[in-house]
Design a binder for this molecule. Structure first.
Ligand code: SAM
Ligand code: SF4
Ligand code: F3S
Length: 475
């Protein structure tokens, strides 16, 4: 696992490259499936759609792949390392299959889409290869594969959103849930494989999103994260009423479902986040004050090569605007070190931009060339690995300084925290998050408290990644 991913283990996206398995389902149908997910939150959300489709078709979940009739791996292609991790895992599944020939192994997600039937040749014992837009064909493909044929469907769609499917929540804490609002991506960042693996962007019906959120509230959930590669470009038109729904409108509709429900969203593209979105955030207390605004590089020259469609100055002015309209808003980012032609000066631009923006947290990577992307076709991957790694380490160190400084500034302040679960280290403590998405740990103060409750916590200490405090009365 990359160093950076370890540092940010507490954030949802830190699941990138990590396995995440479905727990047992309560009903015991006769066939069992096992699903393991890698990559971004969208993939974890998709696995919940897959689980719903399988449950409809008489499969129940197991957390033991050795006992499963169907083993699925939902894959990520974002960096070479992510694909290597998945190939290793497939080798382990194959070993079990040798002693259980009836077991089916299926590859889902972005790697299935990228490699298509090549995967069947490379990974001999894989029976199913299904791309992100083809999950409805799973039952038919399982039947085909059971009769000894290989089941492949990697067709990308212009309109599939799985909007009518109620996801089966996997490994849920019963408090927080992901809700997909868009699929695919129309941007063509030159380093990125996502437009090729996920296809064109499409927005899910606002009605089905709000209905899903309402169901979550009815089932006791207290926080939803609206997901998309670029949530700010959400746009949906109701064919019956002609009503048009932008992301700012959708945020407002979600906020109005229940004042007790927290709304988060990810990811925002700096070119698309609007004043309307920022003002809607300011208007509703239950829309969390945190924006994930990946910058990728602090150098305008590199941003151009990356095809990010904004300059350093544009990004800085967005950050200024956020600070103006939402003074207490957390801002987090993504950075890539060692992109094609990056000079020391470009790298220094990234470090100085980080200083200016004072990010609360970042996901940081070194550039990994992906076959077929614009950058792979147009530019040479010319920064030696040792330089990429050194620059990445400097970015990680810079982020460490900023996170520590920002957390220290929170000492003495009081935050409203949504209790999520027992602290991993000590079950006398709770863990929850501030509106700004900072993990906060504090002692339990009453036997009546439970996950899903809101409490006020005064911060007394911190580490780089966590705030520490104690419960106080409503200020
Ligand atoms: N849609 C989001 C956006 O535009 O910010 C991000 C999507 S991507 C799943 C998450 C992050 O992976 C990106 O922000 C970028 O920092 C990183 N990433 C994508 N392609 C990469 C590559 N080829 N090498 C290294 N990091 C990469
Ligand atoms: Fe990839 Fe860019 Fe789309 Fe994000 S916005 S998914 S980085 S192409
Ligand atoms: Fe990976 Fe696909 Fe997400 S490439 S990061 S799982 S969209």
């Amino acid at each position: 696992m990359e160093l950076v991913e370890l540092m940010n283990k507490t954030h949802d996206e830190s699941r990138q490259g990590e396995a995440f398995q479905a727990t047992e389902s309560p009903v015991d149908f006769h066939k069992k499936f096992y699903i393991e997910s890698y990559g971004c939150a969208m993939n974890f959300s998709d696995s919940e759609v897959v689980a719903a489709i399988l449950q409809e078709n008489q499969f129940s979940a197991t957390s033991q792949f050795e006992q499963a009739d169907l083993v699925l791996i939902n894959t990520c292609s974002i960096r070479e390392k992510a694909e290597l991790t998945i190939r290793k895992r497939l080798t382990e599944f194959r070993k079990v299959k040798q002693s259980r020939p009836g077991m089916l192994i299926g590859v889902l997600g972005c790697m299935a889409e990228r490699l298509k039937s090549q995967l069947l040749e490379q990974e001999k014992l894989v029976d199913l290869v299904i791309g992100p837009d083809a999950y409805r064909s799973l039952p038919a493909l399982i039947e085909e594969a059971s009769s000894g044929q290989k089941g492949v469907n990697v067709l990308l769609s212009r309109d599939e959103t799985y909007g009518d499917i109620s996801p089966v929540r996997l490994n849920s804490n019963g408090i927080t849930a992901f809700v997909s609002i868009t699929r695919g991506c129309n941007n063509m960042c030159s380093f990125c494989v996502v437009p090729f693996t996920r296809g064109r962007e499409r927005s899910r019906s606002a009605h089905s999103i709000i209905q899903e959120i309402q169901q979550l509230v009815d089932n006791g959930y207290k926080e939803v994260t609206l997901l998309g590669q670029n949530v700010d470009s959400y746009y949906w038109k109701d064919e019956v009423t002609g009503q048009m729904v932008t992301f700012a409108n959708l945020l407002e509709m979600a906020a109005l479902v229940s004042p007790d429900l927290r709304i988060r969203f990810s990811t925002s593209h700096p070119k698309d986040i609007t004043d309307d979105v920022l003002m809607t955030m300011a208007k509703y207390e239950n829309i969390c004050k945190c924006i994930h605004l990946p910058v990728q590089s602090g150098s305008t020259r590199l941003l151009q090569l990356m095809n990010r469609t904004y300059s350093r100055e544009w990004y800085l002015s967005k950050v200024d605007r956020i600070r103006e309209l939402l003074p207490d808003c957390g801002i987090t980012s993504d950075m890539i070190a060692g992109f094609c032609t990056e000079t020391e000066e470009d790298h220094q631009d990234t470090l100085s931009l980080m200083d200016y923006c004072g990010f609360d947290m970042s996901y940081m990577y070194f550039y990994s060339e992906r076959p077929g992307t614009l950058a792979a076709r147009r530019f040479k991957d010319d920064i030696p690995l040792d330089i990429k790694k050194r620059r990445l380490q400097e970015i990680v160190d810079k982020q460490g300084e900023l996170s520590t400084r920002n957390n220290q500034r929170d000492i003495g302040k009081t935050f409203k925290i949504l209790i999520e679960t027992d602290s991993k280290r000590d079950n006398n403590d709770w863990t929850g998050r501030t509106s700004q998405n900072k993990i906060t740990v504090f002692p339990k103060s009453s036997s009546l408290q439970k996950p899903g409750d809101y409490v006020w916590v005064k911060i007394t200490d911190c580490t780089r990644a966590t705030l520490l405090g104690k419960i106080v009365d409503h200020p």
